[in-house]
Design a protein around this ligand. Structure first.
Ligand SMILES: Nc1ncnc2c1ncn2[C@@H]1O[C@H](COP(=O)(O)OP(=O)(O)O)[C@@H](O)[C@H]1O
Ligand SMILES: O=C(O)C1=C[C@@H](OP(=O)(O)O)[C@@H](O)[C@H](O)C1
Ligand SMILES: [Mg+2]
Length: 176
């Protein structure tokens, strides 16, 4: 079976929805960030501060190539996976690409709880989210087989939508 690959901005719920979806479908769950941390024995904030963002992006590229060869898995990616179009090419070979979106307000609320995202470790988080989102929104949209706005949905409802998408045979039927 094809992988289900969740893409989207930080705080759209890729990690939590992916885990829930995998549990519900009884399929393996992989979070690329978590796997990068485990394989390098270092957290992402440590990686950014010790070696810089470019180092993390290289690890992320290698991880996209690796998990792109899996089958049957639910794969939650990091929000920057779309920055290299080759990552999407590799993830699409065996997978449906599902983009989760959310409003700036919701993203700020969800990412404000724990400070684990180095890119949002700044004075003006709202300005940062707004500008990063503006620069990435088209990348998420263009990569997606299906788009789900999670702003007013629980993770449970988002997984329901993904399961309905799969039951339709992964065919796009309008984007919500
Ligand atoms: N649909 C949702 N509704 C409410 N809270 C959510 C939803 N999805 C995720 N969250 C919460 O938002 C925070 C960020 O979610 P996470 O899954 O880590 O997002 P991502 O992996 O896309 O950055 C977590 O505290 C999580 O519990
Ligand atoms: O958007 C980004 O560039 C990033 C998103 C993070 O993952 P989440 O989207 O799961 O928060 C993590 O990969 C890293 O902090 C960089
Ligand atoms: Mg995540």
């Amino acid at each position: 079976m094809k992988n289900i690959v969740l893409i989207g901005f930080m705080g759209t719920g890729k990690t939590s929805t992916g885990r829930l979806l995998a549990n519900r479908l009884g399929r393996p769950f992989i979070d690329t960030d978590k796997k990068i941390e485990q394989e390098n024995n270092m957290t992402i904030p440590e990686m950014f501060s010790l070696y810089g963002e470019a180092f993390f992006r290289q690890k992320e590229r290698e991880m996209a190539a690796k998990v792109g060869r899996y089958t049957n898995a639910i794969i939650a990616t990091g929000g920057g996976i779309v920055l290299d179009p080759e990552n999407i090419v590799r993830l699409r070979v065996n997978g449906y690409i599902i983009s989760l979106t959310a409003s700036v307000e919701v993203i700020l609320e969800r990412t404000g709880r724990r400070n684990t995202r180095p890119l949002l470790n700044c004075a003006d988080r709202e300005q940062k989210v707004t500008s990063l989102l503006a620069s990435r929104a088209s990348l998420y949209r263009e990569a997606a087989d299906f788009v789900i706005d999670t702003s007013a949905c629980t993770p449970q409802q988002v997984t329901d939508e993904i399961i309905a998408f799969l039951r339709r045979g992964g065919r796009l039927r309008g984007r919500s």
